[in-house]
Design a protein around this ligand. Structure first.
Ligand SMILES: Cc1cc2nc3c(=O)[nH]c(=O)nc-3n(C[C@H](O)[C@H](O)[C@H](O)COP(=O)(O)OP(=O)(O)OC[C@H]3O[C@@H](n4cnc5c(N)ncnc54)[C@H](O)[C@@H]3O)c2cc1C
Ligand code: FES
Length: 354
C-alpha cells in the first residue's frame, strides 16, 4: 500500500510563471488508474530528509495521460524543486492515486455541478469538470475560480477551450482580487461574495453536488453559504491543500496524554504484516507504526490528505484533527492515523481498509 512506483516526466509545461504542469508516464499504467479528483503522493530525498507531498491529478479520465499541476510556494521545498530543477526524462516516485474528492459517474443523470477553486485548487476541479462533461452528457458545470490577477490563472487557455467545446454546459466565473470591471467578480470569495453570486448568477437550489478546493477560510465561507441556501452537507465535497496548525486544544490534549504513563498495547496490520507493541498514549498511531518498522502510508501528517487512513477494529481513540474523512467514514471506524491517539489500554488497527 505504501509502495512507491517510478514515473517518468515526459513533458513540463509552464501554465503560468510560477506553476508547472507535469505529464508523467508510469512503467505500469494499471497501478495509476485514477478517479477524477484524486491525487498522487510523491516522495523525494532533500539533503538526507525524505519529504512526501501530494499533488492532485489535473487530467480528465479521457485525456489518456497522467498529469499534475504544481504551483510554486515561496520557500517550498518540493514545489520549488518541481518548478526549477525538474527536467523531462527525470524519474519521480509516487504512490498509486488516492483520495475521495469525487462522486460516482452516472451517465443517465442530468446533474448540475458547482465547483469553487482558489489558485492551485483548480487541479482536482479541472479533472472533475472535464470528466463529468465528457462522461455525463446531460450534466452542467458552473466553475467559480478565484485568483489574484489574470496572470496567475492556471489553465486559463484550457478552460477557455473547454468553455467553447461545452457551450451551454460549462459556465466559468473568474473572481480576481484586482483587474476586473464588475464589482461582483472582484475581491475575495467570502460569504458576502457568495451571497451576491447566488442572488445574481447561480441557482443553488438546482445544484446536485458542490466541489470546493482552495484556502481553508474560503472553503468554510463557501460551505456555510451553500448550506444556508439549502444544500445538505453530503452534497458538499472538500479538498484541502494546506496544513492547518494544530489548535491549542489539541496541544493541551496531548500534554495531558503524556502524563498517562500506562501506555497502550497496540496491534497494527499493514499489508498483511501484523505487529504488537506497547506505545505511549501521546504518540500517534502512525508514528508508533513507523517506529515499529511497519510500512504505514502517509504524506502530510497533518490530517489533510487521508493517505494514512486505517480502521480501528478495537479500542478507544481520539482524532485531534480531521480535514479529510467524511462523517460516514468516521462512523465506520476509519481514522487518520497521523491524528489518532489511543485512549484505551489496547487498540487494534488495520491499514488495509478496502
Ligand atoms: C490532497 C492534497 C492535494 C494537493 N494538490 C496540490 C496540487 O494539485 N497542486 C499544488 O500546487 N499543491 C497541491 N497540494 C499542496 C502540496 O502538497 C504542498 O503542500 C505544496 O506544494 C507545498 O509543498 P512544498 O514542499 O513546496 O513546501 P514546504 O516546504 O512544505 O512549505 C514551505 C512553506 O509554505 C507553506 N505552505 C505549505 N503548503 C502551502 C500551500 N499549499 N500554499 C501556501 N503555503 C503553503 C508552509 O507553511 C511553509 O511555510 C496538495 C495538498 C494536498 C494535501
Ligand atoms: S498523512 Fe495526511 S492525513 Fe495523515
Amino acid at each position: 500500500m505504501a509502495q512507491f512506483h517510478p514515473l517518468t516526466v515526459t513533458d513540463i509545461h509552464h501554465t503560468i510563471r510560477d506553476a508547472v504542469v507535469l505529464t508523467l508516464k508510469p512503467e505500469n499504467p494499471e497501478i495509476f488508474d485514477f478517479k477524477q479528483g484524486q491525487y498522487l503522493t510523491f516522495k523525494r530525498d532533500f539533503d538526507g530528509t525524505e519529504l512526501r507531498r501530494n499533488y492532485s491529478i489535473c487530467a480528465g479520465l479521457d485525456d489518456g495521460v497522467l498529469r499534475v499541476g504544481i504551483k510554486r510556494v515561496d520557500g517550498g521545498a518540493f514545489s520549488t524543486f518541481a518548478n526549477t530543477n525538474l527536467k523531462v526524462g527525470d524519474t519521480l516516485q509516487a504512490m498509486p492515486p488516492s483520495g475521495t474528492f469525487f462522486t460516482e459517474l452516472e451517465p443517465d443523470q442530468a446533474k448540475s455541478y458547482l465547483g469553487f477553486a482558489g489558485g492551485s485548487g483548480i487541479t482536482p476541479v479541472l479533472s472533475i469538470l472535464k470528466t463529468v462533461l465528457a462522461r455525463e452528457p446531460r450534466a452542467t458545470f458552473t466553475l467559480v475560480y478565484a485568483n489574484r490577477a489574470v496572470n496567475t490563472i492556471m489553465f486559463r487557455e484550457e478552460l477557455e477551450d473547454l468553455k467553447n467545446r461545452y457551450m451551454g454546459r460549462l459556465t466559468i466565473i473568474h473572481v480576481l482580487e484586482s483587474g476586473q470591471d464588475m464589482e461582483l467578480f472582484t475581491g475575495r470569495v467570502d460569504q458576502e461574495k457568495c451571497e451576491n453570486l447566488f442572488k445574481h448568477w447561480i441557482d443553488v437550489t438546482s445544484v446536485t453536488t458542490a466541489f470546493i478546493c482552495g484556502p481553508e477560510p474560503m472553503m468554510l465561507a463557501i460551505a456555510d453559504s451553500l448550506k444556508t441556501h439549502g444544500l445538505e452537507p453530503d452534497q458538499i465535497k472538500f479538498e484541502l491543500f494546506t496544513e492547518s496548525q494544530q489548535g491549542r486544544l489539541a496541544k493541551q490534549a496531548l500534554a495531558a496524554r503524556a502524563a498517562d504513563q500506562a501506555g497502550t498495547e497496540a496491534q497494527v496490520t499493514v499489508e498483511g504484516v501484523t505487529r504488537t507493541f506497547t506505545m505511549p498514549k501521546d504518540q500517534s498511531i502512525l508514528e508508533a507504526a513507523l517506529d515499529n518498522a511497519l510500512d504505514a502510508p502517509f504524506a502530510c501528517k497533518a490530517g489533510v490528505c487521508s493517505t494514512c487512513k486505517a480502521r480501528v477494529l478495537e479500542g478507544e481513540y481520539e482524532m485531534l484533527s480531521n480535514h479529510a474523512l467524511e462523517d460516514y467514514e468516521v462512523e465506520q471506524g476509519l481514522v487518520l492515523t497521523c491524528q489518532c491517539y489511543p485512549l484505551s489500554d489496547k487498540i487494534v488497527v488495520e491499514y488495509d481498509t478496502h
